[in-house]
Design a protein around this ligand. Structure first.
Ligand code: FDA
Length: 298
């Protein structure tokens, strides 16, 4: 019954007015302005978390806009440095021009990688839908000389991911997540349990290849299993970190990780394009109906 109510609410969300969605989307987004997001990063740092900042938005169609976003990220890299924050950045290729053309995208990502490298910082190329998988992975491989400043994301739901992972060099840097896009069953695993099984298999391969892994999940079963593998194989704490999304409630597992000095990085998205991202997060919240009703009466 509860599951059914959740499902109905999820289907209704896109029909709700934006101002109403904002009421309960707010918790997943660190405001609209960079200054606000940086304050949140600072607070998270003080509470023991590393961060990664993401300016919300995707599929930029305008050349000037994709350049402007690139410069905004460059500015953020400088602000992270001058404020001495423990924070890197996460970027979607389609936000900085991959839909416009490869030349535009390559120029923008090159500017960002060079800046991150100069500032001793790091860029994570977020993984979007399957149309961008090759581009993202190739961009990572082609910038091998900036290896220490660049990382990619692999999605456990894609059938190709094991091959992609095997094609990476030792000492690469990945974020491993389940995957959020609605991919076709011809290329993606749909059964949640099988996605988890694949996630763990991929994690083991990554550790065997001495690849640095951002273990990006809130799934307690996956985190427990990851800890078991880490402990059993004596994986050094500087070869992985846990990653979680801003706004997803912290629980006993998070407390345990913090207390035991495991690194946790919080993905902190912000900006005026909050709507699509928030909808994706709201849909993943298993308590969505309760949560919306609570906010309704606040
Ligand atoms: P799952 O969805 O099964 O959630 C496990 C439990 O976590 C739930 O039962 C619930 O308790 C809690 N939970 C999860 N989401 C919640 C929410 N929104 N509100 C409240 N509780 C929630 N995907 C992608 O395709 N490309 C990418 O680049 C990234 N990047 C990325 C970075 C980071 C740091 C994270 C954590 C995730 C991503 N993702 C992503 C998203 C990822 O693919 C996936 O969709 C979400 O993390 C949800 O999956 P979980 O692994 O958390 O499991």
């Amino acid at each position: 019954m509860y599951y059914l109510v959740n499902k109905i609410i999820i289907n209704l969300i896109p029909l709700l007015p934006k101002f109403f969605v904002k009421l309960f989307a707010n918790k997943y987004v660190a405001g609209v302005k960079t200054s606000h997001a940086l304050k949140i990063v600072s607070k998270l740092n003080n509470n023991g978390f590393s961060c990664t900042l993401d300016i919300l938005g995707e599929h930029t169609a305008d050349l000037e806009e994709s350049d402007a976003i690139t410069y905004k990220y460059i500015d953020i890299l400088d602000k992270i440095k001058s404020n001495n924050l423990d924070c890197n950045i996460s970027i979607k290729p389609s936000h900085i021009g991959s839909d416009i053309g490869s030349e535009n995208f390559n120029q923008n990502i090159a500017k960002l990688i060079i800046k991150a490298n100069k500032n001793n910082n790091f860029i994570r190329i977020d993984m979007e839908d399957n149309k961008l998988t090759d581009l993202s992975i190739n961009t990572y491989k082609n910038n091998n000389k900036y290896k220490n400043s660049l990382g990619i994301v692999l999605q456990a739901y894609l059938m190709r991911t094991k091959d992609d992972l095997n094609s990476l060099e030792e000492n690469s840097n990945i974020r491993l997540c389940k995957g959020i896009y609605n991919e076709d069953k011809s290329i993606a695993i749909k059964d949640p349990q099988s996605i988890n099984t694949n996630y763990i298999e991929l994690l083991k391969i990554a550790f065997n290849k001495d690849i640095y892994v951002g273990i990006a999940t809130h799934d307690k079963k996956l985190i427990d299993k990851a800890l078991e593998i880490i402990k059993k194989n004596g994986i050094d704490k500087n070869k992985f970190e846990f990653q979680m999304l801003y706004g997803v409630p912290m629980d006993k597992t998070t407390e345990y990780l913090l207390k035991n000095n495991y690194k946790i990085r919080i993905y902190v998205p912000y900006g005026r394009n909050w709507y699509d991202y928030s909808i994706r997060r709201i849909k993943e919240n298993p308590n969505i109906s309760k949560y919306i009703i609570q906010n309704l009466f606040k």
